[in-house]
Design a protein around this ligand. Structure first.
Ligand code: AMP
Ligand code: MG
Length: 402
């Protein structure tokens, strides 16, 4: 049997990033930046007021207080978006709004709350020092600074930063199109009536969700009967428009598990027994140059295998520098009985309490108990050699929905 780490290593080695495309800025949200974002100018571009108030020369008002107001001549008003023509000289001030450029001569701003306006003049009721309430040019970002590294997921903050830097378009890795196939004679579509022996296909929905959440473009290619020719046709017909295939079902050793035969015939496939629970049988390889993951059929096996192998591979294809979920150490609140020999992924509820993460299993852990994924927000990863665990034990946890 292959270890989880070794299977993951082989998978990641076998996939490479897709091409880079240039997209309008808003489309970059959820994509991975394919070049460093380097500032072409300072942000903010000029010294400006951090408050509504009066731009002054600090030395003029150094001794000001409620009982000792300093009176200054007011030269005029400066709203944000304009520059001052006047220079602030000794004994003078300019009424200034937040974001307006600091006028020549002034070196500080007195907040309006600490002043009193009187006919063309202002009484300053509190002293300020040079630089007080002034935002310096470049205090956020310096011209030439690398602000966002290539390989970073573009989220709202990155989008705003790219806008600040003047990037109307962004160079990103293309989103991967993932073809999703559910195999099995027992499967019916979600809208269909159940008849004896049939169940609804859920795997193509969980996979759809996981692909979309990872930033890929999911494409449901439907339910394929346990019929080798049908499966072969579905894969070959979609080779041109899909970057990665994910199938579920048909990779174990049952007589009707024909996915193995078809995949083996169509491309270079590996069939692994991975030392994990759930999800032991796995197929991975390439068909017509496109990576294909043959996941086992059980609904939890599908989700856990996707998390361990497909998601990191998908993120690598989409250029991401960080491929894995946040991993933390948590304390176990309930016992877990188990056998050694395989890495086990226990669905747990993780909670932050008293300064650390606590976890407890969601309930029954069978590979068909999809409710465990609904209730859980994390996977506790129990290493191959670790046996029964008592409350209080420390476990490593992958946070799926932090
Ligand atoms: P298999 O690996 O094909 O033997 O399937 C293992 C188990 O997973 C069987 O109980 C199947 O009925 C179930 N299964 C397979 N595919 C799906 C699916 N798309 N949705 C829900 N359950 C499935
Ligand atoms: Mg099957």
């Amino acid at each position: 049997m292959l270890s989880v780490e070794e299977a993951r290593r082989r998978v990641l080695e076998a996939v490479s990033p897709l091409e880079v495309v240039e997209v309008p800025l808003l489309e970059a949200l959820g994509m991975t930046l394919a070049e460093d974002a380097v500032a072409g100018n300072d942000i903010p571009p000029f010294d400006n007021s951090a408050m509504d108030g009066y731009a002054v020369r600090a030395e003029d008002v150094s001794g000001a207080a409620d009982e000792n107001p300093v009176e200054l001549e007011v030269l005029g008003d400066l709203p944000a978006g304009y520059t001052a023509e006047a220079t602030v000289g000794p004994g003078q001030a300019l009424r200034i709004m937040t974001g307006a450029p600091l006028p020549a001569g002034a070196d500080a701003v007195v907040p309006v709350e600490r002043t009193r306006a009187v006919e063309g003049r202002v009484l300053v009721l509190e002293g300020v020092s040079r630089g007080d309430n002034v935002r310096r040019a470049g205090e956020d970002v310096r011209a030439g600074e690398r602000v966002i590294a290539s390989g970073t997921l573009v989220g709202p903050a990155e989008l705003g930063m790219l806008a600040s830097l003047g990037h109307a378009r962004a160079r990103c890795f293309r989103r991967a199109v993932v073809g999703i196939i559910s195999t099995g004679d027992e499967l019916v579509e979600v809208g269909e009536e159940l008849s004896p022996g049939k169940i609804r296909d859920s795997n193509s929905y969980t996979v759809y969700g996981m692909v979309l959440e990872a930033g890929g473009i999911p494409l449901r290619l439907g339910i394929v009967r346990d019929d080798a020719a049908l499966l072969e046709r579905t894969i070959l017909e979609n080779l041109d428009r899909v970057d990665l295939f994910v199938t579920s079902g048909g990779v174990s050793v049952g007589d009707y598990d024909m996915v193995k035969d078809v995949l083996g015939k169509l491309g270079e496939m590996n069939f692994w027994k991975v030392a994990m629970r759930p999800g032991k049988p796995q197929a991975f390889g390439h068909i017509g140059g496109k990576p294909l993951f043959g996941l086992p059929g059980n609904p939890v096996s599908v989700m856990v295998s996707f998390e361990q192998f497909v998601r990191p591979a998908l993120l690598k294809m989409m250029g991401r520098s960080s491929l894995f979920r946040p991993q933390v150490t948590a304390v176990l609140d309930a016992p877990i009985g188990r056998r050694t020999g395989r890495t086990e992924f226990i669905r747990v509820i993780a909670e932050w309490r008293e300064g650390r993460y606590h976890v407890r299993p969601t309930g029954p852990q069978g590979s068909g108990i999809l409710k465990s994924m609904v209730l859980g927000n994390a996977l506790a990863v129990l290493p191959e050699e670790v046996g029964r665990l008592e409350p209080g034990a420390e476990v490593t946890v992958q946070l799926l929905r932090p």
